[in-house]
Every structure is written in C-alpha cells, then in structure tokens.
Ligand binder design. Structure first.
Ligand code: HEC
Ligand code: HEC
Length: 374
C-alpha cells in the first residue's frame, strides 16, 4: 500500500514568528547580560520575551490546531512511552510536538515567566527602574538577582535539551525540523496520530512584527535626539541633592565628589583634617565647615540614595573611614578588570577622574548606561 505524502502546513505564521523572535530576543538578553553597560538592551530583550510569552499563551487557546495547548498536552506515561520508543529506534512520528518535546515547551514557557518576572524585580529593587520599582526594596532585588540568574541558566539547559531533541528526531525521521519551523510545512498524510488543518493567519504575524517595531522605536527613541554634548543616558535615576557651597569649594581641583560616594564618618574625618587634604590645605572657615558637614552627612552613602551609594557603604568595614572613594572595596572590585592601557590613556587623569569614563559623574548617579571607556 503506497503512502500518500503531501506537504501540510503545521506551524502557522504567528507561531513561527513567535518562535524565531523568541530565539532572537532570548539570545539578545543572554549576550547583553554580562556587562552593565548593555543593561538597556538587556531590558528591551526581556520586555520583548515577556510580551512574546503573553502572545503565545493567548495563541495556545485561539491559535490554529498545532499551536493550541490541548493538542499537545500529553501526560507523563505518553512521555515515557515515547522515550522508550526512541531507545528502541521506533519512535512514533508526530506532526505537531511529540510528548517529550511538549514537556520541554511547557517548561520553557514557565521558565520564561519566572525569568522575566524575577528580572523585573532585580530591575526595580537594584536599579530602581521599571514597573515594580516602587514596590520592591533593594534587598528583594538582591535575592531576585540570584533567582534570575539561576532561572536563566535553567532555561539555557532546557533550550539545550530542546535542541538535542530536535536534532535526534530530525535524524530518526529523516526530516529537517528546523526547516519546518521556518517554512511551517511538514510532510503529512503518513498516519501521524495528531492530524489537523491549519491556516496561515498572516495578519496576526504582521501585527506582531509591527508592534515590535513600534515598541523598539519608542524604547530607543532617545538615541535619535542624542547629541555629543547632550547624550542620551537611558535609565537615568533620580536627581541627587546638590549644594552651592559644596560645589564651589570642592570642584576647584577635581570633580566635586558627591557625598553619596562615601560614608558620613569619612566626610567628618575629611573635614576635620581639611588642613592636610592630600597635602593641600583647603583653608575652610568654621561657618563653611559646618555648612559642608551638614550637607555632606545628610547625603552620605549611609542613606543609600543610589545603587552605588548602597554598595560602596556595604563594602566598607564599620571600623574604617576611608578618605578615598577609589580605596573602597566596591570601587576596586568594579574597576579592577579595566585594562592598563585605559588608565594610561591621556584622556584619563588617574583613578579619581570619574568623568573620563562616566558621563553622569557630575550628577553622581553612576548609571550603568552612562559608562563609556575613552
Ligand atoms: C586645593 C585643591 C583641592 C580642593 C579645593 C579639594 N580637594 Fe579633594 N583632593 C585634592 C587632591 C590633590 C586629591 C588627591 C588626588 C589624587 O591623589 O588622586 C584629592 C582627593 C580627594 C578625594 C579622594 C578621591 C579618590 O581618589 O577617591 C576626595 C573624596 C576628595 N578629594 C574630596 C574633596 C572634597 C569633599 C572637597 C571639598 C570640601 C575637596 N576634595 C576639595 C585636592 C583638593
Ligand atoms: C578608566 C575609566 C573609569 C574611571 C576613571 C572610573 N570608572 Fe567607574 N567604572 C568604569 C567601568 C568600565 C565600570 C563598569 C565595570 C563593570 O560593569 O564591571 C565602572 C563602574 C563603576 C560603578 C558601578 C556602576 C554600577 O552600577 O555597576 C561605579 C559606582 C563607579 N564606576 C564609580 C566611579 C567613580 C566614583 C569614579 C571616580 C572616583 C570612577 N568610577 C572612575 C570605568 C571607570
């Protein structure tokens, strides 16, 4: 008996677009996760992944046959039966997801939900940005970071299993499953148990792509209006308090280092020892001193006004009152991987020349996205 072999549409266009955009967005998030300077891209990728998830959940109910969850909601015995079949070299062929594959899919969807929600907690708690910033403390943010990283790695492991499964199945059934996920078509009509009819639904795919374009244009619009003198600094935090006396007294010889960069006890010591300020005599009178002390202790690192403030403060042993920001453990840890050649660059005037590498050094917010190496 000859089998009828005809091409059959399995993955509708929106499902394919979802799949490949998810691959790109997840890859983007992964590649931008290592370096704080790429945080803005990381966050964009994260929002994109989350939006894609929301679409996929919806499409699992209202999409075409093979995209609907109930067509691949297999119980565990089906998974073990399928895997046993694989080992015996006679795995059943499914047009849609096979039972083992379907579990990987549901697991990935769950992990995406967890990775993106913990990501928003980190973003809110640690960086003070995003939709939940007002509701989470920095402590929650620190915990969420651990969870976020663990979940992201779990996702990478499951993606690896998914890819291995795709390769094994492609090999066993001599069919190109990656190509099928691009074209949407598979050879049908050979008795797969799960056949159904599918239409392209191209309009939905176009809407997804348009929505992504609009979102990207909105998200990155700042770069269009950015100029050299007024660069776009994404994710800029709240403005820090400033003070005229402090600015004028402390900016003659170097950048006016903001009080939030050292603990109050360091500033008290510095003002007490002002006649011998790194071999300079600041020559401040009593009135100026008490004014400076009031402003500087009120805005010192102890108050945790910014992420750097919090982390600098936490890194200094309680018994020490360092006079150099550049001598604090946090500062050293953050800068020890910078190449020697950068420090020797004539545009960098020593460790204390924060402005050479941080566009927002004067504002003292030290945001990730404002970093640039000369
Ligand atoms: C007359 C010049 C002068 C003035 C005015 C001055 N400083 Fe300094 N400051 C220095 C010198 C010199 C150094 C050491 C620079 C170096 O070795 O890198 C320094 C270093 C510092 C450092 C350490 C930077 C680091 O390496 O982390 C801090 C903090 C600092 N000053 C704060 C202040 C404050 C606050 C004021 C205002 C009350 C002030 N300075 C005013 C000359 C000055
Ligand atoms: C030669 C360039 C350079 C100079 C000078 C420099 N920094 Fe940095 N700084 C960097 C780079 C690069 C990073 C990012 C390191 C990373 O993400 O691992 C960084 C990270 C930081 C961070 C952490 C930001 C965050 O949220 O992750 C803070 C805070 C910071 N710098 C403060 C300072 C201060 C204060 C000064 C001046 C006393 C200074 N830096 C001088 C290059 C520089």
């Amino acid at each position: 008996m000859s089998k009828q072999r005809n091409k059959q549409l399995v993955w509708d266009l929106p499902t394919g677009v979802f799949h490949w955009l998810l691959v790109l967005a997840f890859l983007g998030a992964w590649l931008s996760s290592d370096d704080d300077r790429y945080l803005y891209i990381h966050v964009f990728s994260g929002y994109t992944v989350l939006t894609l998830l929301v679409f996929r959940l919806l499409w699992g109910w209202i999409g075409t046959h093979y995209a609907r969850f109930h067509t691949f909601a297999y119980d565990w015995p089906s998974v073990t039966a399928y895997l046993k079949g694989l080992l015996n070299g006679q795995a059943a062929r499914y047009l849609g997801h096979n039972p083992a594959g379907s579990w990987a899919i549901f697991l990935m969807l769950l992990l995406i939900l967890l990775v993106t929600s913990t990501g928003m907690l980190v973003f809110g708690g640690e960086e003070g940005h995003g939709p939940v910033a007002r509701f989470v403390s920095s402590l929650v943010g620190d915990f969420a970071r651990e969870a976020h990283e663990f979940l992201a790695w779990s996702m990478i492991v499951v993606v690896g299993m998914h890819l291995a499964g795709v390769l094994v199945e492609s090999f066993l059934h001599r069919e190109n499953l990656i190509g099928a996920m691009i074209s949407g078509y598979k050879i049908g009509g050979d008795g797969g148990s799960d056949e159904g009819t599918v239409s392209q639904r191209s309009i939905v795919a176009v809407v997804i792509l348009l929505a992504l374009l609009v979102f990207a244009a909105y998200f990155f619009r700042g770069y269009v209006t950015s100029t050299k003198d007024d660069p776009f600094l994404p994710l800029h935090g709240p403005q820090l308090a400033t003070d005229e006396v402090w600015r004028s007294e402390c900016s003659d010889c170097h950048l006016a280092y903001h009080p939030s960069l050292l603990p109050a006890r360091s500033w008290r010591r510095m003002l007490r020892e002002q006649e011998n300020h790194f071999d300079e005599d600041l020559g401040l009178d009593e009135e100026t001193l008490s004014h400076l002390q009031a402003f500087m202790t009120a805005n010192a690192a102890d108050n945790g006004l910014t992420e750097p403030a919090r982390k600098i403060f936490a890194s200094i042993p309680a018994t020490e009152s360092p006079l150099r920001i550049t001598a604090t453990p946090y500062w050293k840890a953050k800068h020890d991987e910078i190449d020697d050649s950068v420090w020797k660059n004539p545009k960098v005037n020593g460790y204390g020349d924060c402005e050479a590498c941080h566009r927002d050094a004067v504002a003292a917010t030290f945001e990730d996205a404002a970093m640039h190496l000369p």
